[in-house]
Structure formats: C-alpha cells, structure tokens
Write a protein that binds this ligand. Structure first.
Ligand code: BGC
Length: 789
C-alpha cells in the first residue's frame, strides 16, 4: 500500500509535520512524496466552505442548507438521512472538499445547550442510527466524514476548559453509545475529539476513549483529529490516540514534540501510527481535490425539502384544524414567514443556494393570504408591531402564526439561560389566541421552548430549523398535500427546571461539570420518574390514524402489524423499547432499541419487522468492566411514542445474577425527589470534583484569560481581550453584562492560552503564549499545590 511505502521513507520530523494541519482548512502536502493537500471543512448539515484563510462564518460558497440535525432526527428515517448525506458528499466533491466535519451525535443533556440544533437526539440509538445513515450517504461519494464531538460535549459554557465528570456506566451506555453505533455501522473516515475533558483528562489525548474504546473495542480504523484549537500537549495527545491537530498553525508544536521524542516521551510506534492514519486519509480522499464535478442544485434542494417534509412534527391538532383548505385565504403573522429561521448560528452556518420563504411558497401555490410581521428579529424587544397584527385577527379567517427563537437565542459558543421565547413572540401569541380559536402556530427553533399558551392553542407544528426548503415543506403540510410524520427526537419539558441537571447546568459549576443524574437524562428520567412533560419523546401526530396489532417476538426478531385506519396516506414511526424488569440494579423505565418508519396508503396494512441484538439486553457492569445480561424478565414494548405503547410482550433472559439495587434505596435514583446531589453521584462510583480558584504562580498554558485575573498583568490582559472580543461580537460596553451578552463574551474568553495560540494562525507562537503565562505568574515559581485543572 502506498501510504505505508511513503511512511517508510519519511523522517521523524516529516512524520510529525503530517500530524498538524497546514492552515485552517487544509492538511499538509509533501511534493517530495507526491502527497497533495486536502481540504476538510464544516458540516454538519450542508457544506460550509470558505475560500482562503480564516473561519469564514458568513461568507462561504453557496451550498444547499439541509435541515439541522435536531430537525432531521425527527424524521426517524435512515433512508432520508442517507440521501441527504449522499447529496452533501456530491457538493463536497464539486467543491473539492475531501472531508466534511460532521455529523454531531452528542446527547442533549439539557434543552438549554446552545448547540442542540446541531445534535440529533437525547437518545443514543436514534442519534447513532441517524449519524450512521448520514455518514454512509456522504462516504458513498468517496468523501470522508468527521464524527463529532467525541465525547461528553454537552454544553457550550466553558466548552474549551470544562471537564465532564461522568461515571463509567453512564459514559458507556449513554454518552458514548451514539458514537459506538455510528462507528460500528458506518466507519467514518475520521472522528473529531471534543474540546472538553472527560473526568479531567482532555478528550484530545484521552487514551481510555481514543485508544482503548474507540480503536480497541469498537474497531475504528480511521483518523482522530482535534476540534479546532482543541488540542492540548501535542505529544501527550498523540500518545493518547490522536493523529491530527487542527487547525494548522505553522507547525506550532513541532519543536516541543521533537524534543519530547528525543527525551523518550513519545515513541516511533505512536508517531508512525498517527502519520500513517494521515497518509491513509490522504490516499483515500486525494482524488477529490482534482475532481471535476458539478451537482444538481434543484435535485438537492428537493432532497432538503423531502427531509423537512418527513421531519416537521405536528404537536397539536384539536378538532382536526389542520390541514387548511387551499381556498381559505389565511392571515399569516410573524416575520419568520418572510425571513425564515432555518439554520443555527456558529460553525455550521452556511450560505444557502435557494432560500424558500413561507410567503413565497404560498405565492407559488397560488394561495392568497394577508400578512403582518408582528415582530422584527433585528429588534426583538420592539413591541410596536404586535397590536397592528392582532387588530387584523378576526374569527372567520384562519391565522398561521410563526414564532420561535431568533439567532441571538441559540448559538454555538453559548447556552440558553431559559427555555422562554422572546417576550414579543409570547405576547403576540397570547393576544392572538385571546381573539381567535382558529390559529395554527408554527414554531421555528433548534430546541424545545416553553409554551405558556399551549392549552389555548388548537394546532401547533414544530418546524425546528428545517433548512432552505423547510418553508415550502411547511406549506405542503399545512395545506394537506402531505401528512406530517415527524416524531420528537427529544422530550419537550414543561420548563427547564424539570430537567435533572437544571440547578447546576452551565452557570453554576465552573469548569467542573458533575453529571450527578447519571443516565437519567431525557425520557430515561421523565418516564422513569413519572414527571409531567409538554410532549413526550417519540411523540408526533398525523392527519391519519394507525392501528397496531399482532406483536410477535421470535428470538431477537420483533414484528408487528400496522394499519393506516384513516382517510389519507401517511407514514408512521414504529418504536421498539425494552424495559428491564430484572431489578439487578437501577434501570430507566425503558430504552429505545430500534425503530422503523413505514409509509402506508389509506387503508393499507403492513407487517413491520425489527431486529434486536443480544447487546440490546445488556447493561455495563462497572465492577466487571464489561457489558452483561442480567438474568430475569424483560418487557418488549412497541409503540407510537415512549408514552404511547401499543403492544407489549414478556421475555426471559439467562445471564448473570446482579444484586446492587439495595445500595440505591432512598437515593435520588430511587425517589427522584428534588435534584441529584454529590452523595447520589458517589453511588454511581464516581467522586464529584469541585473547582477551587487557580492562584498566581500556578497558571499554565491550560488556563484562560478569565482564570489569570489574580495577577496585575493577567487583569490587564483580560481587559484587552475583553475589548477585542466585545468589538468582534459587536457588543456595546454598557450592554456587556446583559446576561446573554455576558454568556457570549465569557464563552469567547474561555479559551486557554494554548487554544489561543492554536487558533492564531502562527501569530501567537507557543513561546509567546508561554511568556504571557509567565508574566501572569509574575515569574514566580509554581506553588507546591498544583493547579486543580
Ligand atoms: C466546532 C466544530 C467545527 C470546527 C471547525 C469548532 O469550533 O466545535 O464543530 O467543526 O470549529 O469550524
């Protein structure tokens, strides 16, 4: 093989050079060996390709904006995700991009995570399956993917410096599971390590995660790269299992790593492994850089629409208010009808090919309408448009009301503080609902929002962020061309306070993020603890009805008959859960293990067959350090949502006898009263970590500008950085303490000196970063007590 031949000819220095990128978006080339450079770029729901250096958010080449992951996951449709992936791959080939950075399969620990729109689900099986389908689609074109962010990257606050402290069982069964499924089913060409640490070990050099589990246990044979600026000490990262540090930064680490090699801190074996992985990736994808291809923009736009059509969720439809008749002349209210919110902010933000609007879709369909904007995204606090819109409402004309979250409310880099929509959107909805019962509410947001007016509403559709063709898809659903078939890929809580980690999420715990609730996240918590929710996981209505019958469990094969008993064609997502009844230890009420989406014409009946594997009955036994099956009884549940189980069957399994339930008696895992505490977390076999302040003299490259304010120089440095960040974010000084602004600023300043250096494109060399740290330390010796990071 050529990669191995080239490796054999290379010097250690050359091999190490391969393990760092060339610039922001390219890998290094070696003319001498005929190695070309390749381009890797975002992802994950469409191509964001920047010409030239830099991050390039906002000025990427045009590409089709597919629905974001939080939306497309609601399709529960592997085939649709496969088509979308293939289309994304074709766009990459046309733009000479060898690897697209995605998909993101992180779990939604809290609905407040600013990046939830980029993630599929709160359920590892659904996220893993959607991820695998997308990867297979992309990679069928020869383009590679980067499964991200591995792992336990579940908040944006302190995202580059935080440690996710999580017990081994929860890690294995919940946070790693979607990665395991995607890796085993689709072998992504690359995996991207997360910014955060896991139990205080950086993800970028985490031997347990990268070497033992990813490569050793799951058989991953691709390359591991850092998230952008997310590397730590490079030779330690390589030792842990990393192969490539990104972005490229004029060989920032070369000197230090060569020194480490000479001192025996990194072996030839490790360097060869990493360099070979880079060479293999180049070998697999190099042709793309010279490909001469185009793609069919209209066909890809149609794929984006099809995915949106299968993903939009009908949350409420009293008295069959929907679909509307085409001749009703609706009153459309809400600026999002003319300026749709269809994608999220941050590194996934791309430049769409053809952006549909709802008003445009009505015009194209020849449907007459009246329109009032009701609010403006640019000035979301301005209430002056509300009354004009409400005045137009009359009980004879159906209202289609667009509300949701604007870009400022959810973004990569910061977390939401509440689940509330902007005040203006809520007021507008409440006033309209007071005047009319004939209102269809369309929500556009990357995550669930509080719905204080829900009981007064009769029809609610959730469009999530449905991509450039989402508005067109909405029109088809609202006017009945297509029956909605999306089902929620996450629980919709009534309030953020209902979520187990809500008392500490993002704000309270600085850097040390203790996952006290274990795997009781999402429906695993809500359904086990019997907590009222707005809408359960897996829920979504249709214009037709389905009947389930004849459940047969034959070994690991589960089949069920599903009949469309309504008057229109439609698709149903059939969900298969297992409830572990063995009482061996604590278990969630039930866990999703498989699903299928079946299209049925009106009156049609089909048998849906889904398979289980032996692993689906196992849990991770920490003492044995392996998955085991507990001996006893299990309930197989088939349903239309996690709380709408249609048929069940009992099966018995042979296995080990485990008896550790007693130790949880009276704990939060038993009573679910209040919030989980440190003592509860300890029952999971892990000590919570509490951060103490880092002192002057102890600062290292891993500290941030925020950390170093205990020194005069550090304070000054922080102030300079603050001014620069404020300017970059366009935030006025007098508004910097407004809570959402503060979050954004904190998030930008929460980058370590090493991270600043890695993102500086060679401007801030490592020696300069080290010098700054020394100034902050006042050139004093580190105190005996090492910093606690
Ligand atoms: C994000 C990654 C992204 C990378 C490159 C990082 O800040 O976390 O998801 O792929 O930037 O834009």
């Amino acid at each position: 093989m050529r990669a191995k031949e080239i490796l054999a000819q290379m010097s250690v220095k050359e091999k190490l050079m391969l393990t760092s990128g060339k610039d922001f978006w390219h890998l290094i080339e070696f003319e001498k060996y005929g190695i070309p450079s390749i381009m890797v770029t975002d992802g994950p729901h469409g191509l964001r390709k920047k010409e030239g250096p830099g991050m390039g958010i906002g000025d990427a080449v045009p590409s089709v904006a597919f629905p974001t992951a939080s939306c497309s996951a609601c399709s529960w449709d592997r085939e649709a995700l496969g088509k979308m992936g293939k289309a994304m791959g074709e766009e990459c080939v046309a733009e000479k991009v060898s690897v697209i950075l995605g998909p993101g399969v992180n779990m939604k620990r809290s609905p407040l995570c600013g990046r939830n729109f980029e993630y599929f689900s709160e359920d590892p099986v659904l996220a893993g399956e959607m991820g695998a389908a997308l990867i297979k689609g992309v990679q069928s074109t020869g383009v590679g993917t980067s499964l991200k962010h591995y792992a336990a990257n579940n908040q944006e606050t302190f995202r580059m410096t935080g440690s996710s402290n999580v017990d081994e069982r929860t890690l294995r069964e919940y946070y790693l599971k979607p990665f395991e499924i995607a890796v085993k089913k689709s072998q992504p060409y690359t995996v991207m390590s997360a910014y955060n640490k896991i139990n205080n070990v950086p993800a970028s050099g985490n031997k347990h995660l990268l070497t033992d589990i990813l490569r050793g246990e799951w058989g991953f044979n691709g390359l591991v790269m850092t998230d952008w600026g997310g590397g730590h000490c490079h030779y330690e990262d390589l030792n842990g299992g990393l192969d490539l540090e990104m972005p490229g930064n004029k060989q920032l680490y070369l000197k230090e790593t060569l020194k480490a090699y000479k001192a025996g801190k990194i072996s030839d074996e490790v360097i060869d492994r990493a360099a070979l992985k880079v060479l293999e990736l180049l070998e697999k994808t190099a042709d793309i850089a010279s490909a001469n291809a185009t793609y069919d923009v209209a066909a890809h736009h149609q794929i984006a629409k099809d995915v949106a059509l299968g993903s939009i969720v009908l949350l409420k439809n009293e008295k069959n208010q929907l679909p509307l008749k085409a001749n009703v002349k609706p009153l459309v209210i809400g600026e999002m009808a003319e300026k749709p919110r269809y994608q999220g902010a941050g590194s996934s933000h791309l430049n769409p090919q053809k952006l549909d609007t709802f008003l445009g879709a009505l015009q194209e369909a020849g449907i007459e309408y009246d329109y009032e904007k009701g609010y403006e995204a640019a000035n979301v606090k301005d209430e002056s448009f509300i009354d004009t819109a409400v005045e137009k409402v009359n009980k004879d004309q159906p209202v289609i009301l667009f509300i949701g979250l604007t870009d400022d409310y959810e973004s990569e880099g910061s977390d939401r503080l509440t689940m509330a929509m902007p005040e203006t959107h809520i007021k507008l909805a409440e006033k309209i609902l007071e005047k009319s019962k004939n209102v269809v509410i369309v929500l556009s947001a990357g995550s669930p929002v509080e719905l204080p007016f829900e009981s007064k509403a009769t029809a609610i559709l959730d469009a999530y962020l449905s991509g450039e063709a989402g508005a067109d898809a909405l029109a088809d659903i609202i006017f009945g061309k297509v029956s909605p078939s999306g089902k929620l890929a996450e629980t919709w809580p009534l309030s953020k306070d209902d979520v187990p980690c809500s008392d500490t999420y993002a704000l309270v715990e600085r850097n040390q993020v203790n996952y006290r609730e274990g795997f009781f996240v999402g429906y695993r918590y809500f359904n086990t603890a019997n907590v009222k929710v707005q809408y359960p996981f897996g829920f979504g209505l249709s214009y037709t009805t389905f009947e389930y019958s004849n459940l047969v469990v034959d070994g690991n094969k589960v089949s069920v008959d599903v009949e469309n008993t309504g008057k229109v064609d439609g698709a149903e997502v059939v969900q298969l859960y297992i409830s572990n009844k063995t009482k061996a230890t604590i278990f969630a009420d039930a866990e999703l293990k498989n699903f299928d989406k079946v299209f049925l014409k009106a009156g049609e009946k089909k048998t849906v067959t889904m398979t289980l594997t032996d692993d689906d009955f196992k849990f991770f036994d920490v003492a044995k350090n392996e998955y085991v099956t507990a001996k006893g009884e299990y309930e197989i549940r088939v349903g239309a949502s996690s709380r709408d189980i249609k048929l069940t069957a009992k099966v018995k399994k042979d296995g080990v006898v485990v008896d550790e339930l007693a130790k949880f008696k009276g704990s939060w895992f038993d009573t679910f009263k209040g919030k989980p505490t440190d003592e509860d977390m300890k029952l999971l076999g892990i000590e919570p970590i509490h951060e103490t302040t880092v002192r002057k003299g102890d600062y290292t490259l891993e500290n941030t500008a925020m950390d170093v304010q205990g020194s005069g120089f550090g304070k000054l440095f922080y102030k300079i950085m603050l001014v620069a960040v404020r300017a970059a974010l366009g935030i006025k000084k007098e508004e910097q303490d407004l809570i959402q602004n503060k979050m954004m600023i904190d998030s930008a300043l929460n980058i370590s000196f090493r991270g600043m250096s890695a993102m500086s494109n060679g401007i801030m060399q490592l020696w300069l970063a080290s010098l700054l740290v020394k100034f902050c330390n006042g050139f004093s010796r580190p105190s005996k007590k090492k910093d606690n990071k």
